[in-house]
Design a protein around this ligand. Sequence first.
Ligand code: ATP
Ligand code: MG
Length: 141
Amino acid sequence: MSVQRTLAIVKPDAVAKRVVGRILTRIEEESFTILAAKLVHMSLAEARGFYYVHRERPFYESLCSFMTEGPCLLMVLEGENVIQRWRDLMGATDPAKAAAGTIRKEFASSIEANAVHGSDSLESAAIEIPYFFSSLELYPR
Ligand code: ATP
Ligand code: MG
């Protein structure tokens, strides 16, 4: 195992439901380090670019529209094996299938409005983090 970074997003549904604080508590309880964080209301172009890998999926346009409904909390988390550990904490994409105790089980509204995002691999994290955060914002500390 090694120290990794991942892009975590609290999606517009969870920001609108005012559960950001409770999700941040879960992150802190795992002892992940929040390296950087900002509230961003994405444009449609920004959402389309972020989810470009899903451009052929039937839910792509609806997903991109949902991601622009309001601001998201974007974060870079750091920690041992944080990519898998954050995804474990998020739970399954579909909240109906998410395990008890996961963030999606507790806070997601639907398979689309599912509260949080996390990079799914080192390769994805290496693309997703610089999509939203400059090297200056990730100043080593
Ligand atoms: P994320 O990439 O947001 O962390 P994930 O890796 O669990 O979630 P993906 O398969 O990458 O899931 O899908 C990206 C996002 O697209 C999901 O989080 C969800 O918001 C949306 N999505 C996935 N499947 C569907 C679907 N069948 N219908 C509507 N939206 C969906
Ligand atoms: Mg994904």
